[in-house]
Write a protein that binds this ligand. Structure first.
Ligand code: KIV
Ligand code: NA
Length: 268
């Protein structure tokens, strides 16, 4: 069983992948991945939105519960969707708690900033493990003007280092660093005594995370910092077309798929 405390103490790189449904979570868990993230990337990766902003608490809850039911060993982290935190402190803590209490998450992840330090502390205080997230935070796309690399000058880099320290001090158990220069991620990793998990953040983080669609080759597009390790889209396309053709030609179902016949007397 992967625990938030176990992650902090381990030597080998931490492996984390997203999953949004039970069969995928089972594959990820059985492969020995340490952390399953029910990311709000489900907006693009599973729900057909063109950003993460429309994703709701109900969607994250439902998907988290499905993933948790199929996961035995990995830590299940539920991503808090846009506006489910950060507007009102009490509501943020309650929403986070519901992901543990109703959807069986082990921890939550929050896109972090100066406004989430106290929220993180409050959640940690009541017993909700929090994974922080700095660098590119896609819920801020409208403010950032795009999904661009963050922390690229000294001021911006310093702000990320300071915020990382503040969230660790507030009780976050791990930190995702997204789309930042590798040397900044290395500096943050060295400065913190909680693990860093990078995506587009170079090789020096304590772990790596990617979106499952990108890893298995399910989507039509993936970011340049990810790597496609399989071609599930081609495999599924082939299977679906073969099914279509088999039905069209009458080859499916064959006798072995439908051999049971009822005694209909003189009805048929
Ligand atoms: O939603 C997500 O998948 C994420 C990861 C990319 C870290 O936040
Ligand atoms: Na996310």
């Amino acid at each position: 069983m992967t625990t938030t405390r176990g992650l902090r103490d381990r030597e080998a790189p931490i492996t984390m992948l997203t999953a949004y449904d039970a069969p995928t979570a089972a594959i990820v868990d059985e492969a020995g991945i340490d952390v399953v993230l029910v990311g709000d990337s489900m907006g693009n990766a599973a729900l057909g939105y063109d950003s993460t902003l429309p994703v709701t608490m109900a969607e994250v809850k439902s998907r988290t519960a499905a993933v948790a039911r199929a996961t035995e060993d990995a830590l299940v982290v539920a991503d808090m969707p846009f506006l489910s935190f950060g507007v009102d402190e009490a509501e943020s803590v309650r929403n986070a708690g519901e992901l543990l209490k109703e959807a069986d998450a082990d921890a939550v992840k929050i896109e972090s900033g100066p406004h989430t330090v106290e929220t993180t502390r409050r959640m940690a205080d009541v017993g909700i493990p929090v994974m922080a997230h700095l660098g590119l935070t896609p819920q801020h796309v409208n403010r950032l003007g795009g999904y661009t690399r963050q922390g690229t000058d000294q001021d911006a880099a310093e702000e990320i280092i300071d915020l990382a320290g503040a969230h660790a001090e507030a009780g976050a158990f791990a930190l995702v660093l997204e789309h930042v220069p590798a040397n900044l991620a290395a500096a943050v990793t060295e400065a913190l005594d909680i693990p860093t998990i990078g995506i587009g953040a170079g090789p020096d983080c304590d772990g790596q995370v990617l979106v499952i669609n990108d890893v298995v080759g399910l989507g039509e597009w993936s970011p340049p910092f990810s790597r496609q390790f399989g071609d599930v889209r081609a495999e599924m396309t082939e299977a679906v077309e073969a099914y279509r053709d088999a039905v069209a030609s009458g080859e499916f179902p064959a006798d072995e798929h439908s051999h049971v016949e009822a005694d209909l007397g003189d009805l048929y």
